[in-house]
Design a protein around this ligand. Structure first.
Ligand code: WTA
Length: 656
């Protein structure tokens, strides 16, 4: 994928200055912020921090003495929900926080005053269930208003939440519960997805089988399909909040107290618990949200991401609420009941700022422009994307068909670990180029380096690195600080010189004008529909099946999902690789990890291409999957196997 992207990029010369009227009214339309921030980034972040609600002011902006473990705003105390709720209740209680729309078409409008009251009621309920500051609460829900309520209720108590995406399997949930030792689980009876019930409570029950640290399960009734409740352990959400007060004191937290844990795929099979803390995280997300979305008081903002991913944490929940914005939340699938659901929603609520993913945009392109054309999209003022590199064709389609050619397109590069936006245009200032995330934001120092860590000249590609700490950066990996240092900080840092360089795992190129073009992952992580999935995690799920001896997995480029998972499997003894086994394996991966990790194709083979030292040559498998001329096979111990695999792969069709 990287190779093709590089070639395509060389041809991309179109450029789009901010529309004059947009620039005239924009929050930022001069380069001053870049200059101020680069002169003294810490002072710049500190000035921004005045926009949060503090209990006690910080003493030091940044303590980097224990690098790469950052401590921002030390000495300060706050409760993030006071920035997200209480201060808006004082100044604009009746402003809508969320326009929520269920997949079946039911709707709820929730003001800041109402959201505050509901969060207080649930904080009180959680507190009665024994949740205290520093505890962990697992959340496994669909996109219902009670999901942000549950997160904020934890934050109000100073307890950390760990949200597990509702599309993940029971096993994934139970792994995360055991890693965090969570004591309470909040879930739903079910979630609506494409007109079907996703039986979340049943999966949660399966995750809890055999005993875990969970003592209570709170269940939000959404689908009403008759979920089983277990006596003494399970309680209904509506029962536990029923008689609670609508005020509940927020617990004072230190800037660096844990806010949440969110698990993301690593290059080994074990997911990594990314640690985010209170003050720096809230600041980094709120500031970048305000600047990159040019947020105005009357905006109706819609980020389509599931809250189970970091995009939802940062840009559905924390940043928009800290900024007092009005957001749309939609529960279900974009094709339900028809493929124009997104555009109907934009029209219905008058959405002005839309944030979605390239994979969704490509799907909409495939479905055709007649669907958005049925709707009045004139309320849109800005369009943004996240999750993977956006191909220029999709960028242009988004700009023209959805944005009517008048909306800046803001391509935002960041990750679970960065918490906040890192490389993105400022829409009132930056001239954009389709497919480029443009420049590091004010206060962010990035570079593109070669193998030895030297900055490469403009026009060349290499490894993206971040060279200065930033407020919303991950603080560690939960319970595994060594792996944190090893994964992100070991490759290009020179600790002996006091130089710490963060390596996000992405390749990038800067063009002759210094624009950043992201080139995808350089490690063993695939990006399927904007979701990070580790090759190793899928491999170990496959090998876990009794019929499988060995498996190799690669991400091959795919027009719609960015990458698709291609698996190569050798079987035990006399097992036969037929259609039925293929279906079983896909089901098995689905059960171990979740539907999103199911291989799009499985090729059975007698052997995998290996070097003489026994390392699987994934690059060759990738060449085969992408139907490229095969590279050098002379270093292989078993070179004839590649041609056999190539032949089998050529006769395969994808499944979805
Ligand atoms: C990729 C999602 C190019 C990248 C916020 C990164 C992108 C990973 C972009 C993080 C973008 C995200 N352009 N690539 N605008 N946004 N990525 O942790 O490979 O789920 O490292 O966070 O997605 O995925 P994550």
């Amino acid at each position: 994928m990287a190779r093709e992207t590089i070639e395509a990029l060389f041809e991309e010369n179109r450029r789009f200055p901010p529309p004059a009227d947009f620039a005239a009214g924009a929050l930022v339309n001069t380069p001053a912020a870049y200059a101020e921030a680069s002169g003294d980034p810490r002072a710049w972040w500190a000035a921004q921090a005045e926009t949060l609600e503090w209990r006690r002011r910080w003493e030091h902006v940044l303590d980097w003495s224990d690098a790469p473990f950052a401590r921002w705003f030390t000495g300060g105390t706050l409760n993030v929900t006071e920035s997200c709720l209480d201060r808006h209740v004082r100044s604009q209680p009746d402003k809508v926080a969320f326009f929520w729309e269920g997949e079946p078409g039911d709707t709820r409008t929730i003001t800041y005053a109402e959201l505050h009251a509901e969060v207080c009621r649930f904080s009180s309920a959680l507190s009665q269930l024994g949740v205290r500051k520093g505890d962990r609460v697992a959340i496994y829900m669909g996109m219902v208003p009670e999901l942000p309520v549950a997160m904020l209720a934890c934050a109000r108590l100073g307890a950390a939440h760990t949200v597990v995406f509702g599309g993940f399997s029971a096993e994934a949930l139970s792994d995360r519960i055991s890693d965090t030792a969570a004591t309470v689980l909040v879930t739903c009876d079910g979630a609506w997805r494409s007109g079907q019930v996703v039986p979340l409570k049943e999966m949660a029950d399966e995750a809890l089988e055999g005993g875990t640290t969970i003592q209570s399960v709170v269940v939000v009734q959404r689908t009403g399909h008759g979920a089983k409740m277990s006596d003494g352990r399970d309680v209904w959400y509506h029962d536990v909040v029923a008689d609670q007060p609508d005020q509940f004191p927020a617990v004072e937290c230190a800037s660096e107290d844990l806010l949440y844990l969110l698990y993301t795929s690593g290059t080994t099979a074990k997911p990594k618990g990314i640690v985010h803390t209170c003050a720096g995280y809230l600041l980094g997300t709120a500031v970048t949200h305000r600047l990159c979305f040019d947020l105005k008081p009357d905006d109706v903002y819609w980020c389509t991401a599931d809250i189970g991913w970091v995009t939802g944490h940062s840009f559905v929940v924390y940043a928009p609420l800290a900024n007092g914005a009005t957001s749309v939340i939609y529960e279900g699938a974009p094709q339900h009941p028809d493929r124009d659901r997104f555009w109907a929603i934009v029209e219905r609520y008058g959405v002005s700022k839309l944030y979605t993913a390239p994979t969704a945009i490509r799907t909409f392109m495939k479905w055709g422009r007649q669907l958005p054309d049925r709707h009045d999209l004139s309320s849109l003022r800005l369009l943004a994307t996240v999750g993977e590199p956006i191909n220029p064709e999709a960028w242009m389609w988004y700009h023209e068909v959805i944005g009517g050619g008048r909306c800046p397109v803001v391509d935002t590069w960041w990750q679970t670990e960065t918490g906040q936006l890192m490389i993105a245009p400022l829409p009132g200032l930056t001239e954009t180029k389709p497919g480029s995330a443009t420049f590091p934001l004010p206060g962010i120092a990035a570079d593109v380096v070669d193998e030895s860590g030297r900055s490469v000249p403009l026009g060349r590609g290499g490894y993206l690195v971040i060279t200065e700490p930033w407020p919303a950066m991950a603080r560690s990996l939960y319970g595994d600080p060594d792996r944190f240092v090893e994964t992100y900080w070991s490759r290009f840092s020179r600790p002996e010189e006091g130089r710490w360089v963060y390596f996000p795992g992405d390749g990038a190129k800067r063009d002759s004008e210094g624009y950043y073009w992201l080139l995808g992952r350089v490690d063993d992580v695939m990006n399927v529909s904007g979701h990070r999935i580790s090759t190793m995690e899928v491999e170990s799920a496959l090998v876990d099946h009794e019929a499988v001896a060995e498996a190799a997995v690669v991400g091959r480029s795919d027009d719609r999902t960015g990458q698709a998972i291609a698996a190569f499997v050798t079987l035990e003894g006399d097992r036969v690789g037929d259609e039925s086994l293929m279906a079983q394996l896909r089901e098995h991966v689905s059960k171990k990890i979740g539907k999103i990790a199911r291989p799009a194709s499985i090729v059975f083979t007698d052997d995998l291409p290996k070097t003489r030292s026994g390392k699987i040559m994934r690059r060759l498998l990738q060449d085969i999957s992408e139907k490229r001329q095969l590279g050098d096979v002379t270093t292989l111990a078993n070179s004839d196997v590649v041609h056999e695999i190539a032949q089998r792969a050529a006769t395969q069709q994808d499944e979805n």
